[in-house]
Design a protein around this ligand. Structure first.
Ligand code: GLN
Length: 241
């Protein structure tokens, strides 16, 4: 069995350790004897919609989002839409998450049209949400570090990734964090999010492997270190006002 990952815009969209998510996916697959190939694709390069099982799209500053938004308005956006329609999974963090929605409206400057594959809309405000986040999903907990001025609201076709217990999440009002639609996961959790949330990493691996290999039951890994890191981050988030 093999896995193909594309890291999108690594030069423009990879802040707060987001590139560690690619490493986590690669290692958790390799520990299960799954051969992994990781490629990158940035603005101006050509995305092959047939190749990748999984795309990672990290966070970035508004400047990077303008450049990436322009690239997504080109053939690469159509290719990514086609890949997603063909069953590729996606993890998008913060700025990448925002650009998979309908649009991202920065505090200043023009609105950036999104890819529209996630039914979410984002507008930036003067308030910046910064700090450790803790949220719950189906009995599991999600930890991460958020740093965004964008407020994201979900439309009916998207469901929240998790419910916030400590921190702000999508908009600081409706207690939702992130979004899920088909095999796309968006989240505001930087950190990197996957090393400290092994359940999320394995969910993405399962979705990605399904594309060319069908249903896969991943072998259980020894996640004591990951769980200890998760619990430490959860304690910090709980200490947050
Ligand atoms: N520029 C966007 C915001 O501030 C995304 C930031 C990020 O990716 N951390 O909301």
């Amino acid at each position: 069995m093999d896995l193909r990952i594309v890291h999108l815009y690594p030069d423009l969209m990879s802040i707060y350790g987001d590139r560690g998510n690619v490493r986590t996916l690669e290692r958790r697959a390799a520990w299960r004897d799954i051969a992994v190939e990781v490629r990158t694709c940035t603005a101006g390069e050509t995305l092959d919609p047939e190749w990748a099982d999984l795309y990672f799209f990290g966070g970035g500053q508004d400047r990077g989002q303008h450049l990436v938004g322009a690239d997504l308005a080109s053939a690469n956006g159509a290719a990514l839409r086609s890949a997603i329609a063909g069953g590729s999974a996606v993890l998008a963090v913060c700025g990448g998450y925002q650009l998979l929605g309908h649009q991202y409206a920065p505090q200043t400057g023009p609105v950036i049209p999104g890819l529209g594959v996630l039914d979410v809309t984002t507008r930036a405000t003067k308030t910046r949400f910064v700090g450790d986040l803790l949220a719950e999903r189906d009995g599991a907990t999600l930890v991460g570090f958020e740093n965004h001025s964008g407020l994201t609201t979900l439309g009916p076709a998207a469901v929240p990734l998790a419910r916030v217990t400590h921190g702000h999440g999508n908009n600081g009002k409706d207690r939702t964090e992130g979004a899920v639609q088909g095999a796309i996961i968006g989240t505001y959790c930087h950190g990197s999010v996957l090393p400290k949330n092994p359940w999320l990493a394995d969910l993405l691996l399962t979705w990605a492997l399904r594309r060319r290999h069908g249903a896969v039951a991943l072998t259980t890994l020894d996640d004591r270190e990951e769980d200890a890191a998760h619990d430490a981050a959860a304690r910090v988030a709980r200490s947050r006002r």
